[in-house]
Design a protein around this ligand. Structure first.
Ligand code: UD1
Length: 430
């Protein structure tokens, strides 16, 4: 297994291009199941999770083409890919494919809408909590589906003639359930209302894609989505939005190490809550043409409290990175996780750098220390892994991060991007 070696202590300077958002690319790819015509996606990141979803889609019968590089493409251009689900040959998503990534469960929505049946394994994914699928099943039932669970599989059947529009009041904001029910409702007969819908920018990206494919959706960017079902959807060409989590991660890395980095492509409106906190902690953030510039002059960081929330609040996917930052702040910071019940696994690893963190249920209390020292640490989940990289960049001496396959699931060429900004970071082949 590959590892990452970091020699800490160097500031970051230069520019980085933010890749396409993993959390948008995955549901956009899944949307291709809704039409027999080609869906072209620009700016798809090269990530293990994208490859994994490609395997699942291929199994359903989707033809996938990766377009070659064009002369105008820079080193940092994302992939242009075409997904054509001319014929769906299999409505089953098997355990060995779905168990590797939770988002693959979301195929249940489009399969059920277009093929009127689906058999999808219950999901796996990051070990950050139980992550049930009850909201998905409730939502699909509201659209008329009959649902059974058998042998670890969800077996869903639409009523004769297909799904019908319905009222879906989500008991709690769920990104995955919103994507899935929205996709399913595009081909249902009649009107669907999703209340308490997720408002994350990735939902907007997918909703706009569905509209470009011929769907009728209003309320995009609000807590209430209204979808008028249509008979069929057609092909479209859509850009994957820049990854706000990657942008926020880099902003925190610069705040941690000091330096001056332009994050090309970053959209401040997608991560305002996180930027506010990084600024309060001591970095200077300015909007510039084409991106965001993050600077810290090396003065001390300030402790800031944070409570994770759904968008537009501070994202759970940046909680581990922010905790890493707070390990070096002056004072004590309280970090409260509210979305997942087991998302503090990075704490034990951060302690190995000499951090001072206490955990009580969903609350972590971080008291800043004057220095972190390099350590051997292990990645435990996708976002936790990158918090260890950030700590390693700021720590004195050498850090080795093992089990970095978690990192490869969600961060494109991380060591290359950081290396170009002056970090001493390299991948060691396992
Ligand atoms: C998505 C993101 C993930 C992010 C999370 C929260 C992708 C590919 N993944 O995950 O990076 O951390 O949103 O912003 O976009 N829940 C239930 N029942 C359900 C569904 C969810 O209880 O049927 C709970 C979950 O366990 C969790 C909360 O609702 O506690 C929110 O989860 P959700 O928004 O669904 O997360 P994902 O879509 O899995």
């Amino acid at each position: 297994m590959d590892r990452i070696r970091i020699t800490g202590g160097n500031p970051l300077n230069g520019h980085l291009t933010v890749s396409g958002a993993k959390n948008a690319a995955l549901p956009l790819m899944i949307s291709s199941l809704l039409t027999e015509e080609p869906l072209i996606l620009n700016n798809v990141p090269r990530l293990a999770d994208v490859l994994q979803l490609e395997r699942i889609l291929i199994n359903h019968g989707v033809d996938i083409a990766v377009h070659g590089r064009k002369p105008a493409d820079g080193d940092d251009s994302g992939q242009r890919m075409t997904f054509t689900a001319a014929e769906i040959v299999d409505t089953c998503a098997p355990y060995d494919l779905v168990s590797k990534m939770r988002a693959s469960f979301w195929v249940i929505g489009p399969l059920l809408a277009r093929m009127h049946e689906a058999r999808v394994s219950l999901p796996g994914g990051c070990a950050i909590g139980t992550r049930p699928v009850d909201f998905f099943l409730y939502g699909l039932k509201q659209l008329g589906a009959e649902i059974d669970i058998d042998n670890g599989y969800v077996i869903a059947k639409a009523p004769p003639g297909g799904l019908v529009g319905g009222e879906v009041d989500l008991p709690r904001v769920s990104v995955g359930a919103t994507h899935t029910i929205m996709m399913a409702a595009t081909l249902a007969r009649g009107k669907t209302v999703i209340r308490n819908a997720a408002m994350e920018p990735e939902i907007g990206n997918v909703a706009e894609c569905l509209v470009a494919m011929g769907a009728s959706i209003s309320g995009i960017g609000t807590r209430t989505l209204v979808i008028e079902g249509v008979e069929r959807l057609h092909g479209a060409t859509v850009d994957v939005i820049p990854d706000r989590i990657e942008a926020g991660t880099f902003a925190m890395a610069v705040a941690m190490t000091g330096g001056d980095v332009l994050l090309r492509g970053a959209r401040p409106e997608h991560l305002q809550a996180a930027l506010d906190l990084v600024e309060r902690a001591g970095a200077t953030i300015t909007r510039e043409a084409g991106g965001l510039r993050v600077r810290r002059n090396g003065n001390g960081l300030q402790a800031v409290d944070v409570e994770v929330d759904t968008f537009p609040g501070f994202p759970t996917d940046l909680q581990a990175q922010f905790m890493s930052l707070m390990t070096r702040a002056n004072g004590t910071s309280e970090i409260r996780e509210t979305i997942f019940e087991n998302r503090f696994m990075h704490v034990a690893e951060l302690l190995r750098f000499g951090a001072d963190i206490r955990v009580d249920g969903q609350l972590a209390t971080v008291t800043g220390v004057p220095e972190l020292r390099g350590a051997q640490v292990m990645a435990t989940d996708l976002r936790a892994s990158v918090s260890l990289v950030i700590a390693g960049l700021a720590a004195s001496g050498e850090t080795i991060v093992s089990r970095i396959y978690h990192l490869d699931r969600g961060f494109e060429r991380l060591e290359e991007k950081l290396g170009r900004c002056g970090a001493k970071i390299e991948r060691l082949a396992g």
